[in-house]
Design a protein around this ligand. Sequence first.
Ligand SMILES: Cc1ncc(COP(=O)(O)O)c(C=O)c1O
Length: 411
Amino acid sequence: MVTLDVTAVRSRFPALARSEGGRPVAYLDGPGGTQVAEMVVEAMAHRLRAGTSNLGGAFAASREADEVTAAAREAGADFVGGRPEEVAFGQNMTSLTFAVSRALARTWGPADEVVVTRLDHDANVTPWRLAAADRGAVLQVVDFDPADGTLDLTHLESVLGPRTRLLALTAASNALGTVPPVRWAADLAHAAGARVFVDGVHYAPHRLIDVVALGADFLACSAYKFFGPHAGLLWGRADLLESLEAYKVVPAPSMGPGKWETGTQSFESMAGVTAAVDYLAGLGEGGSRRERLAAAYAAIRRHEESLAGRFLAGVAAMPHLRLHGLADPARPAERTPTFALEVAGMSPDEAAHRLGVQGIHAWSGDYYAVGVMEHLGVAERGGLLRIGFVHYNTVEEVDRALEALAGLRAG
Ligand SMILES: Cc1ncc(COP(=O)(O)O)c(C=O)c1O
């Protein structure tokens, strides 16, 4: 069993050495974007320094761009448990989701239904809402339980039927940390004859993505949430990527993942994605990169669960804080260490500002999880304060956050 050496981990991230106002920064804003491993920075800088070029040219720098692309597809495939020919890159998850939604919508009509959830980030809602509207299809929105942030499975079951063409579901909520039962939902959706599009963005830094085990037809995630650069990654089942008609220019590839990649890609970002996957795999052990990733994520999960347990216990002891989402420390499998909080008598922006001046980076607002905030009735009050931990965060940072939160008590 691999254990995480957090001190060694931290030494691999240059940004973690940053201090503000004489204090080291506590990066508790991982759900908004993680810090970048040094080897990622190096891989990207190397790509640019060595000489760059577009794909398919008859000279060395162009052949290198081809190699970088192929290597990134292999790394992406290992990362999600798919095959290299099923991995496409793009600017971010949102633009890739819009691309797939446009292509899938071409197969829908007015009698069809599309299912999204209130738990999802808007990037996995609005593309589907707009695509459904374009085709006159009906949008069904599944609720979650406001008491604990878990998906309303009965509601989900009730909206899936023979008219359902798509279920769009997050593998983890970037607001409440909820990890819904994607496989269970995917099986139901497939039984109804629907496709399943999984948002893997918030799941990716915390859990090993396994597109087969999740039962996904498509999955999109973003490398800047898993210690890499600002680049989006789309995995799609090979037969679907092949058969669907992508919105593309005529000379662009009409076969393979390239047909989903509009224009020229950021080759330096692709090199960075490969390095981010290699960084994560390097935390584990095993014969293949996929095996090393699995061991690494097991260690990451153990560490994160201990941080989450400590944070939950601390928050439970502070009556001026209200946690939205799963508070039960006995159910760690159902959440990531991402916590949405209400501070009595203080707006989320004010709370984040007070933490910020102490060098604690935390987010406030809706973080584009607009359905979550509306359903919790906090949208008009400025959303919620969000504190999120990833594997490079420490027990000391949990305690520092708790101490700072204690200091937000009114009076
Ligand atoms: C859960 C989730 N899905 C989707 C997105 C959108 O990702 P991107 O910025 O890559 O478009 C985010 C970004 O915060 C997110 O947290």
